[in-house]
Design a protein around this ligand. Sequence first.
Ligand code: BMA
Length: 359
Amino acid sequence: MKRIYIFILFGWCCCQPEWGQETLRMFKDMLLESARRGVMFGHHDDPFYGFNWRYEDGRSDTREVCGAYPAVMSFELNSIENAFEKGLDFNEGIFKRMRAEIRWQYERGGVVTLSWHADNPVTGGNAWDVSDSAVVRRILYDKNIKAGYRLRLDRLSKFLKSLVDKNGNAIPVIFRPYHENHGSWFWWGKDLCTAKEYKALWKMTVKRLKRQGVRNVLYAYSPTVYFEDMDEYLERYPGNSVVDILGFDYYMVKRGASVRQDKDIFAERMDRSFSILQPYADRHGKVLALTETGIRRDSVEGWWTQDLLPVLKKYPVSYLVVWRNATANPKECWGVYPGHYLEQDFVRFYRDPHTIFCK
Ligand code: BMA
């Protein structure tokens, strides 16, 4: 049976002073290397809550279905920028808990990716507050807003730098800010800033983090799936020097007139998107990922093994992240859990030699 995929590369010692570059290079090599062997399964907020449970140590919907943890754990950093300890979907004390989960995931040889639904720094609203259509411009050019935003980035830096293993060595993680920027539902979205402003925000963020000594981060760019060619994907791409992972967010939802149509639309679009990205990723040494996915639609039998997996097998995709299983809301459960109608299909997905999980 499979598959305790222990990342040998993670056995390095990273206590040298100039650890940063070398460690990150190895982390990236590991992501590229694993993409040659298969695809790592990831799940958002997996150990924090799942369908019908919350904050129960040691639980994981993924593990309760297939016996293994996700190889990639995805967590959300919202509220760190305000120095709040209460996250977006999680309760008090989240960052302490997250730090511990990141360490456990690292120790079991897995990977961590961090999203950031940053609160709106102008209105005080959340990431979805698009009532002010010039937030990015204000961050870049308004002195006071900029100073306030730097403080937010410094709080974020402090957290990222606090991610260490039991010997005090930094743990490398993936950071995925300002995502789904080809839509306009977040304050950094397409209609809320120009491409130039978006790129400047991204670069300013990376520069600030680096200046604050953050050395343990690879950066993932993840617009929505809706790009027709590489030029469109690159329209808001901040640049090869500040991005390591090329991805996109794409969910299986109702789009066509029948389940059959929905399946076809999903698989074809994903296939086309990876076929667009792969040559560029190869040429520039970037990692490919499906940065958010999941299924909400009923009756899509065989989705994991018949629709998702065959496309993932065609491309060197390093990992996929399935979005969260919200506790009491089946509509916000994007993965599987015991009793889910796709449970057995997920077990087949898990058993497939191409998928990678963690014990
Ligand atoms: C969205 C939804 C929200 C959630 C947010 C951040 O896609 O799942 O319910 O608050 O992500 O995790």
